[in-house]
Write a protein that binds this ligand. Structure first.
Ligand code: SAM
Ligand code: FES
Length: 381
């Protein structure tokens, strides 16, 4: 079949992106514009990119991008998909991010905290299911002092020396980050959300600044963590120029992980009437990130699975290589509601694990129950 002019253009841009890891701003804009337009094109020219997933259909142009992203992810990670056991241990938060369902002003959120024993219980269940990374995520809840966090981390470290411990508990001082690291934490997730100061101001209240967020990320990296940053796709006010600025920031920063998922409105936040980010935009961005920052750990997020029944599988087919199933106790799952419609709030950890295996296999990949460190990152350095 002959290639269309747009497909030839995309092929040229993708070849260069794969080889040189960068394009000019104008070329990135053109790339995203052609992809968006091609996605809306007629059904006749569509390509099926995975025989076992009927919904895995895209334009010729998108198929070129996704194939390159998969080629690069396979150079670094083969067919392996790493699972992370996510423990959402508190939904109390002192912050008031305008997009977030557990922001402090949301008086309707039913708040909960897990005790150390409950957290350790989640880890035990997760370990028995084969998980070798635990992600402790929560709002910025100061009732967990640094000493309490260190106690939880060092207990997990002592019980499960072969596991990675990831924290995702927001902005802290360098001293706090150092204490958690010394207690045994390996990785830290903190999305920058947007690199543009004006857009950051639109998404967050006055007391949060992009400067401090970036300071946190730099401190974490200097302290030797594997660090994750990232953004929401389609967050209110986001422009393509913002996304390109984020790509530049991330490439310059050199994260080990990048969390990218669609923004989804929550009914009790100021952004309740905003449109969600789209599946298509998220998949395009995941694939471009894979080409620009090739060895990065890239999750197919729960938010992606929320906006489309096979969103996470499509994420894997666009270059993602990590999935983060929920290990939180079922009775609190429905309370960690960052956005409306969140999936997997009622399932037991064991059934989530089984479901993930099937989904990953259907996309042509295999679950690897290992720590799954970032390619090239020397652990215990
Ligand atoms: N407190 C920690 C922090 O701020 O990094 C971790 C918890 S925070 C809820 C984790 C991530 O959820 C944020 O970085 C944000 O990108 C994402 N998130 C929050 N609200 C969301 C929404 N409405 N739609 C999609 N993602 C959302
Ligand atoms: Fe703090 Fe969302 S506002 S976790």
């Amino acid at each position: 079949m002959r290639m269309s002019a747009n497909a030839m253009k995309i092929q040229t841009l993708i070849d260069r992106l794969e080889r040189e890891r960068t394009l000019s701003d104008a070329e990135l804009e053109e790339l995203f514009a052609i992809l968006a337009q091609a996605h809306k094109g007629p059904g006749a020219g569509k390509v099926q990119i995975c025989a076992d997933i009927p919904q895995a259909v895209c334009s010729e142009e998108e198929a070129i991008l996704y194939a390159a992203a998969r080629r690069v992810r396979e150079q670094y990670y083969g067919k392996d998909v790493y699972l992370r056991g996510l423990i959402e241990f508190t939904n109390y938060c002192r912050n008031d991010c305008r997009y977030c369902g557990i922001r402090r002003s949301n008086k309707k959120a039913e708040r909960y905290r897990l005790t150390k024993d409950q957290i350790l219980d989640c880890c035990r269940q997760g370990y028995n299911l084969g998980f070798r990374t635990f992600v402790l995520q929560g709002g910025e809840d100061l009732s967990y002092t640094d000493a309490a966090i260190c106690d939880i981390v060092s207990s997990i470290r002592a019980l499960y020396p072969d596991c990675a411990i990831t924290l995702s508990i927001g902005e802290k001082s360098r001293e706090s980050y150092k204490a958690y690291k010394d207690a045994g934490a390996d990785r830290y997730l903190l999305r920058q959300e947007t690199s543009s100061p004006a857009h950051y101001r639109y998404l967050h209240p006055e007391e949060l600044t992009i400067e401090n967020r970036k300071r946190c990320l730099s401190d974490l990296k200097e302290l030797g963590y594997q660090v994750g940053c990232g953004i929401m796709v389609g967050s209110p006010g986001q422009t393509l120029a913002n996304v390109i600025e984020d790509l530049r920031y991330m490439q310059d920063f050199g994260p080990h992980m990048i969390g990218v998922g669609p923004f989804i409105p929550h009914k009790d936040t100021p952004f309740k009437d905003e449109a969600p980010g789209t599946l298509t935009d998220t998949l395009h961005l995941l694939a471009v990130i894979r080409l620009m920052i090739p060895g990065v750990l890239l999750p197919a997020t729960t938010a992606l699975g929320t906006i489309h029944p096979v969103g996470r599988e499509l994420g894997l087919l666009a270059g993602a290589n990590v999935i983060m199933p929920n290990l939180s106790p079922v009775n609190v799952r429905g309370k960690y509601l960052l956005y409306d419609g969140k999936i997997c709030t009622g399932d037991e950890a064991a059934s989530c694990r089984h479901c993930m295996d099937l989904r990953i296999a259907r996309a042509g990949y295999k679950t690897a129950m290992v720590r799954g460190d970032c390619a090239g990152f020397a652990v215990n350095d």
